[in-house]
Design a protein around this ligand. Structure first.
Ligand code: AMP
Length: 563
């Protein structure tokens, strides 16, 4: 079975293309959204999802979230006695989603289409594919999140020429894409975004305001206190979508901090972030050469797009109300399921073909002679321009700077700056040149091919001899090579993960432990409940466990509601 996966910063979802269209699968707790959080317990077992998120409060040093932001970097996270790279943490999430899909269907998952932000770099895309490999599945196709969102909104069923703008504000990233339907094909005309702007930043705004009003210093809070405070503020942030005011009560030791904020103040405090959202919106429209009136629909996706200030910004900029009828948390996953259906060559989807764009300019470093004949180097010569429709293949001819040059070094860069030093170097290719030849005789044809999965192939041909060279990118410090992936796959397989049928027990204990941290006054009560539930677990009587888990859950609900 091929599944569609939204591997999100805060939540992840899984589904497939079923008989009646895209369907999502619930996790072991019955939820479609699995928090993208990983934790390691005292026995060294890995815990993923809601229980791990609760453990962010009770065991912050053994839990990690928002690691999607580190994809493509070698950053390691220590949890208990394990060290994980971001692609390994993502692999643990993927494994949990795969288990959910397999439990729901009884089929084996062999492959996934995974959505990635349109703005993800080559390294980030490769890291996402590596995460798939580490989870034991094939990932041949990555789909840009906005493209997936457009599929969830059924863009392919619109009239030819329809243009959509997809506004996606998730937990950690912001993406804007302009899409056009042309002869049944969804084309991405332009994409822009900000890899470091999302719902979490708005939470930071609330946190700063709370601390200023309450005369608190964030640095003085323990990790537990900080975790609890963020949970309270997160609730308030969501409440501000439905109500004009939200209140927060947060207990620090014996002291209770009471606080109120209204939507207007929140919007005012968020003004800098709102302004930052304008830039990618304007850039995408400029790149697509469109006026706001030429857009047919604007769709909002990503949990944070529920904030009223988002709809206000869009209405102000585009003079119309955006579409938001598909659950903004599920739109991308549903679209990834449509793409999974496409991948499986499902009959019903045969008509729809997708195109994507290369989200950045790719090129090489060149030197030039100024008017005095002095050689100046470090210029960026673009070969594939940003927003070219993929797959794309372009070639250019370059000459060495001097006669009798014996070697040509071709450096490959990604970026938008005319000087290479401001762009990202992807690799280099050394081409030995035949001796005693003029510049013109040693001309080299350079071909860049960028495919639908964000993989760049660089070929150089020495035109005089026909000799070809292909770029083997230098080992990128942010990525694992295939030998390392094999090694880490073996290591990951040794890590113990609690069986799926025990997840509800683990989750309720994690929740009770979080409440133990949060509600000092209820500690002895919680301690008793935890000990009692553990003794019930020891009985291994499934019926008894289920009954007590239900009662335990109700008791925790009551405690949380009354505290
Ligand atoms: P995503 O990455 O799409 O799962 O989006 C998660 C982000 O959406 C988090 O930052 C959440 O705080 C935010 N979010 C979810 N629901 C709401 C809501 N009702 N109001 C405001 N933000 C929300």
């Amino acid at each position: 079975m091929i599944v569609g996966i939204d591997l999100g910063t805060t939540h992840s979802l899984v589904g497939t293309y079923g008989e009646n269209g895209p369907v999502l699968f619930p996790n072991a707790l019955g939820e479609y959204l699995t928090p993208s959080v990983v934790s390691v317990d005292e026995q060294g077992h890995v815990i993923v999802g809601q229980a791990a998120r609760d453990r962010m409060v009770s065991h912050p040093g053994a839990s990690v979230a928002t690691f999607k932001r580190w994809m493509g970097t070698p950053r390691e996270t220590v949890l208990g006695s394990h060290r994980f790279r971001p692609e390994e943490l993502s692999a643990l999430i993927l494994r949990s989603l795969i288990a959910d899909a397999e439990a729901a269907t009884g089929e084996t998952v062999t492959e996934a289409v995974i959505s990635v932000p349109a703005y993800f770099s080559d390294a980030q895309r490769k890291a996402t594919r590596a995460a798939g490999e580490l989870a034991g599945i094939r990932v041949e196709r990555l789909i840009n999140e906005p493209t997936a969102a457009a599929l969830a909104y059924g863009m392919q069923e619109k009239q030819d020429g329809a243009r959509f703008l997809v506004f996606d504000l998730g937990g950690g990233t912001f993406d804007v894409s302009v899409l056009e339907l042309f002869e049944g094909v969804v084309e991405v005309h332009a994409s822009a975004g900000d890899n470091f702007l999302g719902g979490e930043d708005f939470l930071d705004v609330l946190e700063t305001a709370f601390c200023a009003d309450q005369k608190l210093s964030l640095e003085a809070l323990t990790p537990q206190e900080h975790g609890q405070l963020r949970r309270r503020l997160e609730q308030a942030k969501c409440e501000l979508g439905a109500n004009s005011t939200a209140s927060v009560e947060w207990r620090q030791g014996e002291h209770i901090h009471g606080w109120q904020i209204d939507e207007e103040r929140f919007a005012r405090l968020s003004e800098t972030l709102v302004q930052r959202m304008r830039t990618p919106l304007e850039r995408a429209m400029r790149d697509a050469r469109l006026q706001p009136t030429q857009l047919d629909e604007i769709v909002l996706v990503g949990g944070a797009s529920r904030m009223p200030l988002v709809a206000r910004l869009v209405s102000r900029m585009f003079g119309r109300l955006p579409l938001r009828h598909v659950n903004p948390d599920q739109a991308i996953a549903l679209g990834a399921c449509v793409a999974a259906g496409l991948k499986a060559r499902d009959q019903r989807l045969d008509e729809v073909i997708l195109t994507d764009v290369c989200p950045y300019t790719l090129g090489t470093k060149v030197s030039r002679r100024d008017e005095k004949g002095n050689e100046q180097t470090g210029f960026f010569a673009p070969i594939i321009h940003r927003n070219s429709t993929v797959p794309v293949s372009r070639e250019e001819v370059f000459q060495p700077m001097r006669d009798h040059q014996t070697k040509l070094t071709l450096e490959v860069y990604q970026g938008e700056n005319p000087m290479v030093e401001r762009n990202i170097k992807l690799g280099q290719l050394e081409i030995p040149l035949p001796p005693k030849r003029s510049m013109a005789e040693n001309a080299v044809r350079l071909r860049f091919t960028y495919d639908i999965n964000g993989v760049l192939q660089v070929e150089a041909e020495l035109m005089a001899t026909g000799q070809r060279y292909e770029l083997v990118l230098e080992q990128n410090p942010g990525l694992l090579d295939s030998a390392e992936i094999r090694e880490r796959l073996a290591a990951l397989q040794d890590i113990k993960v609690h069986p799926r049928d025990k997840q509800e027990n683990i989750a309720i204990l994690a929740r009770a432990e979080r409440l133990y941290e949060e509600y000092v006054a209820a500690r002895s009560q919680l301690q008793q409940w935890i000990a009692y539930f553990r003794s019930i677990l020891d009985s291994q009587d499934d019926h008894l466990i289920r009954e007590h888990r239900r009662q335990f859950g109700e008791a925790l609900d009551t405690l949380e509601a009354s505290a």
